[in-house]
Design a protein. Structure first.
Length: 75
């Protein structure tokens, strides 16, 4: 599973979603969806723009967490 940490990076940079939106020319709605993990894909150009403005690495924004195995059913 891919987790987005955009909210954490924004908080560390003391930047609002609105300000980021204006600086990279992406709608607040689309950034909000990314922030809440409700997107299925992101363009590399968008990710690059976000990283440039926030002065961070891709790994600061996106994190891979293996899916938790489902517990085995008891008989």
């Amino acid at each position: 599973m891919i987790i987005t940490n955009l909210d954490v990076v924004l908080a560390r940079r003391k930047m609002s979603l609105q300000e980021l939106s204006e600086r990279i020319d992406i709608s607040v709605v689309n950034l909000s969806k990314l922030k809440t993990g409700k997107v299925r894909a992101i363009r590399f150009s968008t990710l690059d723009a976000i990283c440039r403005v926030l002065n961070c690495q891709t790994g600061d924004i996106l994190e891979f967490r293996p899916d938790e195995p489902e517990p085995e059913a008891e008989d």
